[in-house]
Write a protein that binds this ligand. Sequence first.
Ligand code: FMN
Length: 358
Amino acid sequence: MFYLRDMYSQIRRMLFMLDAEKAHYISMNLLKFACSIYPIRMLIRKAYSPDNTHLNTKLFGLTFKNPVGLAAGFDKNASYLRELECLGFGHVEIGTVTPIPQAGNEKPRLFRLPADKALINRMGFNNDGVQAIKRRLKEWKEKNKDIPSGERIIIGGNIGKNKITPNEDAWKDYEICFNELFDVVDYFVVNVSSPNTPGLRALQDKDSLLKIFSVLKANNDKHPHPKPILLKIAPDLELEQLQDIASLCNEIKLDGIVSSNTTISRENLSHVSTQKSHQIGAGGLSGAPLKEKADQVLNTLIEMTGNNIPFIASGGIFTSDDANRKINMGADLVQVWTGFIYEGPGIVKNICKNIIVK
Ligand SMILES: Cc1cc2nc3c(=O)[nH]c(=O)nc-3n(C[C@H](O)[C@H](O)[C@H](O)COP(=O)(O)O)c2cc1C
């Protein structure tokens, strides 16, 4: 078991020789193959799953088996849920999902900055589209229907707009994704904060958010059991914009905030990575250099909202210290993405060893 957990440093060396996006698909498909063999799946689950008994976290009326989730953009198409469940994640946020399938930006579009434990991406919402993803989630839900709450992995649906949809019609894309995924996800996240879809972040202004959320709420209220709808924000917002979002929380009763997405800033990079980032060009920066900025935005928004609404913290989480810092600020759950690439499949178990459970 120890051997399994320790193997990642060797595997990572090989994976880091490949193009970053290729390495992502190769490693996840290898894991998928390994998990298709029952005894191996059990072995992986035993090696990487934290002991959940004391880690259950109740939020939005849901029971998360532990507070550590996988951030959006890793399993965009809901293709690896069983594998991610074996690695111990308490929740997985699938997506960003758009109404129509789209290829995303030209490759290469994902880059590593190992000297800084960082990534830069300009994926551009590549995804299979809401219908295909809904089918996959329906199958998953059917297979897992007998797993009791608190043991089952929670699925978040991160929704967005297609690149070709003009901003004034963006609310229609969010509405389509919301209605299509309603029965197959546990909570929703409205993503208006990705730097890689032109103009998307302009939807973080108050009027656009009011429009999107009022439409989604009207749809949500038609159901006997409405689903939590959260907002995912960028870490690059000015104080005034954060103030707008905080006041919006009261006006439209947001169910929670995911703070934060990747940054367009290139602060906190070492000399090596700064040079490399110039060659790479545009994209969102994630991982260790985002840590400080993500902490600041989280802290500011929690203070502005009077710690009255739930927060999911994302940005630069690698260790239980990182997770606990965010939880001590007031976050209820944490999510990893870049940390998973650098720390490997043991990240959930490692964070959970010393995590504060609310
Ligand atoms: C390659 C890549 C793709 C991403 N795609 C999405 C996405 O589709 N939707 C989204 O809301 N966030 C997306 N993110 C942002 C992550 O969900 C996360 O918020 C961000 O990377 C900060 O966390 P980290 O420092 O742990 O990586 C993506 C991040 C990366 C690295």
